[in-house]
Design a protein around this ligand. Structure first.
Ligand code: SF4
Length: 208
């Protein structure tokens, strides 16, 4: 990455981190993926049970392999997937990315089943959000636009969904049962519980 772009990204992340603090969330600047992995590990105690939702960012970070006390509901077969996902709400730590984060420090997410946004709102005692600098948007409207155009098409392809955005790259505001991944739109604008939501912003492009 060009050094000037890297420095501009760093300043942008530091601006977002200040705004996260105002919203009851703790932000961390991570220069590299390795620094992000180390930060995540430093936030998790050995006795804490960790779960996560599906996330290309977490896969690219390679953090799951570094953890041993885990409950992974993402590998459950379809017939037990719902019940297994419910159990993730009772774990100690939830790892996730965010579909977008605004310059003002709001986390913006669209979810199909709702388990990921549910865990971000309530349940796990600690939520660790890891996101590349590519997830930062000017505001909430830009975040939603980013999600529909940048995040949903590859996510639908990843999940094998036959949605308009997966076929053409353009959102058609679909409502097809079992196909749409846009069931719930949640903006986290404040954390009511201090020291619960920790947001790592990485000076690199990760996920989509
Ligand atoms: S509403 Fe449907 S078409 Fe639009 S982004 Fe979501 S899944 Fe894709």
């Amino acid at each position: 990455m060009n050094e000037h772009v890297k420095e501009a990204n760093k300043r942008k992340i530091e601006f977002v981190i200040k705004n996260l603090e105002k919203r009851g969330m703790t932000g961390y600047y991570c220069e590299t993926r390795e620094a992000a992995r180390e930060r995540i590990l430093s936030l998790i105690k050995e006795e804490e049970l960790v779960s996560w939702g599906g996330s290309a960012t977490l896969d690219e970070l390679g953090i799951k392999e570094a953890l041993s006390n885990v409950f992974d509901a993402t590998k459950a077969p379809p017939e037990t997937a719902y019940d297994e996902r419910r159990k993730t709400l009772m774990t100690d730590v939830y790892l996730t990315s965010t579909n977008a984060i605004t310059m003002e420090g709001e986390l913006v997410n669209i979810d199909g089943t709702g388990n990921r946004v549910a865990a971000m709102c309530f349940g796990p005692k600690k939520v660790i959000v890891a996101a590349g600098v590519n997830k930062i948007t000017a505001d909430e409207a830009a975040a939603l636009a980013r999600i529909r155009t940048e995040a949903c098409p590859p996510n639908c392809i990843r999940l094998g969904k036959n949605t308009p955005c997966a076929v053409t790259g353009k959102c058609a505001d679909c409502l097809t049962p079992g196909q749409t991944i846009c069931a719930y739109t949640v903006t986290t604008r404040f954390s009511m519980i201090p020291d619960r939501i920790h947001v790592l912003l990485i000076n690199d492009a990760l996920g989509f």
